[in-house]
Design a protein. Sequence first.
Length: 94
Amino acid sequence: MRRKICAPCRLPAWAIPISRTEFAQTISFRLSAPSGMEAIFQEASSAYGIPAIVIKAVAKAESDFNPRALSHCGAQGVMQLMPATARGLGVTDP
């Protein structure tokens, strides 16, 4: 069985980029953060110019939105920052 290939870019059909809007619609149902965190994600999105959906995807992958998450190597919080990194970024509540 031959896989479909996009002729102009020679990528497999499943790897063809989709628009930011299509991406957001596709995964937004999987990334519903606790209501108290939505404002934080929106604020970070505005401050750093990163789509809120991307920030939420990182938070979901790193901690499943658990602010008390602690990894075996010491990373803390929703975004799983190491203590030295958090200090260097001025984060007081990882």
